[in-house]
Design a protein around this ligand. Structure first.
Ligand SMILES: [Zn+2]
Length: 437
């Protein structure tokens, strides 16, 4: 693969100790960043002029049920209980492998279009091996970097995760693709019996896999104590939501290195409880972000970051007014922190912190060029804030592992009209099947 020299942009590296944004060149060699510095002289590299743009690390959407793309927006007014009943109790059983393929393909392409280069695909509709393979194939065809978090539809709390499937995927479909990693999307301690929760966590640990679980309010089930007693919570554990977890538990999990993924738009709208973000910040940690359900909310992780930031500031301002009797002098959370949640923290949550999330020599060349010349961002005095404020129309170019997947505002290497036709057919068939139940 040839070398590319990206010039003229203001670069947000997200590297600790470096300025928020710098006017530096970025050299891409193969699938990696090979250099970051001023006036790099690389005669054999293809120069790309990015004047007027802000270059940021590729965004990380750490939690998306991409298989739901074909049913977009059907649940915009669903509560959490309606979502569980109508989707998981209804539509799920009607999915065919081809529905998984086209939803994952279209959903992953949309993520790239929105600036996501790494996706945590929480695939808890792997009804059969064919369903799982089709979902994986959709991700591969889209060209996104992904952690395929294998999961099943809701099942008996005593049934352990199907490890034959995990090992089969590790031995073939996932192993064969450089941009894919496998993880386990388990029912977890809240929705499994204690023995099953421990067994699933142990199986993930033995394979060195990220193990991710949902937790949304309610009293803690006995599985939590069981997993803690077995000392199986660690940096490769990912708690999704964690809303209303007791503070002592948040503290203990943070101390164990557990990561959290908040999906603020549907958490706030559907009744998941208060996002865990404030509790994490109090204990010196930070969230990663996801968009969770295209059935309910749109899939832009930058939108999630802005909602998370505004909501946390709102809580902090209210707390300050209540206790100090005046408005706060300084913001409790910054725009850069919110951007870090959508980059660095996402990479950490998916076990990829040494590969993506920052623009540094040796890291994967996952990059997004934000066009700050557009009227909604110009003159973009603060490049970090401009990147956070970017809309889809500002995501001009996206590179994954050194390969352009979007340039000049258009996705590359895909027949979008065919994908959209197939997605509509799939979604209409599933909707019809849901209505017939
Ligand atoms: Zn979810």
């Amino acid at each position: 693969m040839s070398r590319t020299l990206l010039r003229g942009a203001r670069v947000v590296t997200m590297t600790p100790g470096r300025p928020g944004a710098e006017r530096v060149d970025v050299l891409v060699d193969g699938d990696r960043v090979a250099g970051v510095g001023q006036d790099l002289d690389v005669p054999d590299a293809e120069p790309v002029d990015l004047a007027g743009r802000v270059l940021i690390p590729g965004l990380v959407n750490a939690h998306l049920h991409t298989w739901q793309t074909g049913l977009r927006a059907v649940g915009a007014d669903w509560t959490l209980m309606e979502y569980l009943t109508l989707l998981h109790g209804g539509a799920v059983q009607h999915y065919r492998p081809d529905d998984m393929y086209v939803s994952n393909l279209a959903g992953a392409l949309n993520q790239i279009n929105c600036g996501t280069t790494t996706l945590g695909d929480w695939c808890h509709n792997s009804l059969t091996p064919e369903h799982a393979d089709a979902a994986v194939e959709g991700l591969v065809r889209a060209g996104i970097r992904a952690v395929f978090l294998h999961g099943t539809p809701y099942r008996d709390p005593d049934l352990p995760h199907p490890l034959t499937e995990i090992d089969r995927l590790l031995d073939g479909p996932v192993r064969d693709h450089a941009l894919l990693t496998l993880g386990m999307a388990v029912q977890g301690p809240q929705y499994s019996s204690p023995d099953t929760a421990v067994a699933d966590f142990r199986a993930a640990a033995e394979r060195g896999l990220v193990v991710s679980l949902h937790q949304s309010g309610g009293d803690l089930a006995p599985g939590w104590d069981a997993v803690r007693a077995a000392e199986l919570f660690g940096p490769r554990t990912n708690v999704v939501h964690g809303s209303d977890l007791p503070d002592t538990w948040v503290k203990a999990l943070v101390e164990a290195g557990v990561t959290f993924t908040s999906t603020p738009e549907n958490e706030l709208g559907q009744g998941h409880g208060t996002p865990v973000i404030g509790a994490l910040l109090r204990h010196g940690a930070a969230p990663s972000l996801g968009t969770d359900v295209d059935t309910v909310v749109p899939g832009q992780v930058l939108t999630a970051a802005r909602i998370a930031l505004a909501h946390q500031r709102s809580l902090d301002h209210a707390h300050h007014r209540q206790h100090a009797g005046t408005h706060a002098d300084t913001p409790s959370v910054t725009a850069k922190q919110a951007l870090a949640w959508a980059t660095v923290e996402g990479a950490k949550a998916l076990g990829l912190a040494d590969q993506v999330g920052r623009i540094e020599p040796g890291m994967q060349a996952d990059l997004v060029a934000v066009d700050t010349r557009a009227l909604n961002l110009w003159p973009a005095h603060d490049p970090v804030a401009a990147a956070l404020h970017a809309d889809l129309a500002n995501i001009e170019a996206v590179m994954v592992a050194g390969r352009w997947r979007k340039r000049d505002h258009a996705l590359l290497d895909c027949d979008l009209s065919e994908v959209k036709d197939r997605l509509r057919s799939s979604g209409e068939r599933l909707l019809h099947a849901m209505d017939a139940v």
